[in-house]
Ligand binder design. Structure first.
Ligand code: GLC
Length: 512
């Protein structure tokens, strides 16, 4: 636990708290459930955990709608449960990162209630983004911005004023020009730092500052451009001042505290601004999430991300799955590809973020009945967007029928498919060829091999061949035909699928 700048090559495991493990038996995961299962994460071989929001919340967006940033929602436990979890994690050598949600609050946050109770133009409204509407009777929204979850980004309140919400209508955006908003979040940072957290995952880090005058975008379907576009509500230059002030706070604490930005920004040079020496320590690289399964595309992503982070003097991060996107087993088309991609990712320099359940090879659950879906993305888009419930199914721990040891309640908040009987932790622990055994082995081998830069080697067109972290040599076959193994490396340390007759099958990766 004492290595300096530990995050630079850490493996960080995302715990989606409500779907990880339920201790209280109400069908929803909670902090005591996390505490109980920490030894599982230590044995898996990760360095740190990132917990999704467990703060007080009406849970309309799974806790990303916060009413009290300094307290635990009763659904997840108490502050004492948090302290117990954190101290057990530290005992086991695991760092703890918590989620910080600064772009918006819940509509039930006391500040927003105060704002609604106050008349238009009053100071209480200035902590959020209230504006009069357009049109003769102000009946049209102040501009043409769209919500990430579908539909317009403005709601009209009974007295005629409109407020901005880039996400659900229940998530009003803060006004980050307001000194009280700034001071409040500095205080929240200190609050959790004082409680011993090792860092923060900063939600929607590219959204806090909006362009002066809130100009129209001038085109519909803005959200289709979500990760690419230069839009007046994303990635504004003024944002960096906020992160500089946070960095000073983080640096004033002992023990290497860090922050990682969730910023859907591109190209990588724009993203690298978030990791300047006086800002955050890391930013998620989401480029694998949109890359097709091809050697060319993957190599391009790897090169671009490494170059950009190197320029910024930071190390890069890699992500194949998280609670907002289709699980990579399903996205890439097969478990074989998912395992190959994972082996490739873990051989790269930098740090890797894993999402709970990927170590079990869980697929996305696509056929949830509509009536069970809870994601505001699904609800706001009238079902046009399937939403993210399918990657948030509670983990299958043990047994032969749902809810697979996740809870003692008869059912979990979302049902797991009966076929997950074969994917439980219990089933996979007993099987040396399982995905879980594969992840454990990969993480153990990776742990022993630190440092090092990336060097590419010649390879056939559909193959990637590189020396990565700690001298690990990695070969990945993204093509359709088997390829011979590189000469002089007959016995792999590990492969994502069995090697047959000295060749690497399609959709397979190996370490030498
Ligand atoms: C981030 C979170 C996502 C949430 C959104 C609004 O993208 O990862 O789950 O819905 O922010 O807070």
């Amino acid at each position: 636990m004492d290595s300096a700048r530990w995050w630079r090559d850490a493996v960080i495991y995302e715990v989606y708290v409500r779907s990880f493990a339920d201790d209280t038996g109400d069908g929803t995961g909670d902090l005591p459930g996390v505490t109980q299962r920490l030894p599982y994460l230590r044995d898996l071989g990760v360095d740190a955990i990132w917990l999704t929001p467990f703060y007080r919340s009406p849970m309309i967006d799974g806790g990303y709608d916060v009413t009290d940033h300094r307290d635990v929602d009763p659904l997840f436990g108490t502050l004492a449960d948090f302290d117990a979890m954190r101290s057990r994690a530290h005992e086991l050598g695991l760092r703890v990162i918590v989620d910080l949600v600064p772009n918006h609050s819940s509509a039930e946050h006391p500040w927003f209630r105060e704002a609604l109770a106050a008349p238009p133009g009053s100071p209480a409204r200035e902590r959020y983004v209230f504006r009069p509407g357009q049109g003769p009777n102000h009946e049209l929204p102040p501009n043409d911005w769209e919500s990430v979850f579908g539909g317009g980004a403005w709601v009209r309140v009974p007295d005629g004023d409109w407020y901005l919400h880039l996400f659900d209508a229940s998530q009003p955006d803060f006004n980050w020009q307001h000194p009280e908003v700034q001071a409040e979040f500095e205080s929240i940072l200190r609050y959790w730092l004082d409680r011993g957290v090792d860092g923060f995952r900063v939600d929607v880090a590219h959204g806090l500052v909006k362009a002066e005058g809130l100009p129209d975008v001038g085109r519909p379907d803005q959200m289709q451009e979500r990760s690419r576009a230069v839009l007046p509500y994303w990635d504004q230059d003024g944002i960096h001042e906020i992160y500089r002030s946070w960095r000073a706070i983080l640096d004033s604490y002992p023990g290497d505290r860090m922050a990682v930005a969730e910023a859907w920004v591109s190209p990588p040079e724009r993203l690298s601004r978030y990791v300047a020496a006086d800002e955050m320590h890391q930013a998620f690289n989401f480029d694998f999430l949109t890359a097709p399964w091809s050697a060319e595309a993957y190599r391009e992503v790897i090169d671009a991300c490494l170059t950009a982070s190197e320029k910024a003097g930071a190390t890069t991060t890699w992500v194949l799955s998280n609670h907002d996107v289709r699980r990579h087993t399903t996205r890439l088309g097969s478990l074989a590809r998912a395992r190959a991609a994972t082996l490739m990712m873990l051989a790269l320099p930098g740090s890797a973020y894993l999402y709970q359940g990927e170590e079990l090879g869980l697929p996305e659950v696509l056929d949830l009945p509509d009536g069970l879906r809870q994601d505001p993305e699904f609800i706001r888009s009238g079902g046009e967007m399937l939403g993210r419930d399918g990657c948030r199914i509670p983990l299958p721990w043990s047994g032969t029928a749902p809810p697979f040891g996740f809870t003692t309640a008869p059912a979990a908040w979302l049902p797991a498919p009966p076929a997950w009987e074969l994917l439980t932790v219990e089933a996979q622990e007993a099987d040396p060829t399982s995905t879980l055994s594969f992840y454990r082995r990969a993480l153990a081998l990776r742990r022993d091999r630190a440092g090092g830069a990336l060097a590419w080697h010649d390879a056939p067109p559909d193959v990637l061949h590189f020396t990565g972290r700690g001298g690990l040599r990695c070969v990945v076959n993204l093509g359709h035909t088997p390829v011979p193994l590189p000469q002089g490396y007959p016995d792999p340390l590990l492969s994502s699928a069995p090697l047959v007759g000295g060749t690497l099958s399609p959709d397979t990766a190996a370490w030498f």
